[in-house]
Design a protein. Sequence first.
Length: 360
Amino acid sequence: MIKKLLLEDGTAFIGEAFGSLQDVYGEVVFTTAMSGYQELLTDPSFSGQILTMTYPLMGNYGINRDDYEAMGPYLSALIVREHCPEPSNFRMNRTLEAYLTKYGIPGLAGIDTRRLTRHIREKGAVKGAILPAEVSTEEGLLRIKNHPWRTDAIAQASTKNPYVMPASGKRVVLMDFGMKGSILKALNKAGYHVTVVPHDTDAQTILEYQPDGVLLSNGPGDPMDAVKPLETIRQLLGQVPLFGICMGHQLLALAGGAKTRKMKFGHRGANQAVKDLRSGRVLITSQNHGYEVEEDSLAGTGLEVTYRCVNDGSVEGLALPALQAFSVQFHPESAPGPHDAQRIFEEFAQLMENRRKQDA
């Protein structure tokens, strides 16, 4: 079936539909990841977005039972240059198209993804829709304009009830703003007793778990929409060591008095270089975000820049030593991506240990 991607500026791309054939709306973004589409499909940070893969061939190794970041997909649709209908991999248990069809996620193949990516880089991330090819541009633009765009992405992606992954190590409370499963795996591998709580859990409830540390997870949407989590984080600052990842990084900055802003097209991919300003070392990282911390707003907050993006100079890490809190904009758990940044979890462990010695 022939369908088209229509952007809110009137630009259209014609392609072949696969997966679900329903119409869909979302913010059109791109990722430079060369593989790992299963992890990207199930990353809650892509909630409500139409994801364009810049690497041309997708679906060639199918879907397996191990590489999920969540129980199901979160993105609105997937756009690829070439879709492989007959994959081959020893771990595969279904095709990419079968997975998309099962969960009602549309796919669009055969369009010029290079042209689309260049368009987004020039114009910025835009809203769009995948519609039948016969729908006129005027009608399509009206549908995009009138679509009920949501602002509760974190609430939709977060767990609704707290749950525990028991272990004998330090106690960590993980505030779930749309957590990737690999973050939980990393904490579990370190032997932590992890309690995952909903995004709107208050500070008193979190402190009643008597945590050694609190991790603020990644998640979708605009951090300024997370009013209740921001209040919780403000109340936790100084009470317990805090570690933020991606959305958690932005929320920690806001809670500390800084500001955030929407980026032109964001950082999405497993090949983003960041520099550790303390050691001078450059890490290749996995990233997925459309907002950034405004560096000019850090003055007087006590927040210190620890990591910076090599390509555009944006803030990639912060520390608030006086209140035992730090954060990174990138994903130290990777999945997909390089493992350069996994040592960041060791910094969290050291922060909790320092607090334990201080309280002893």
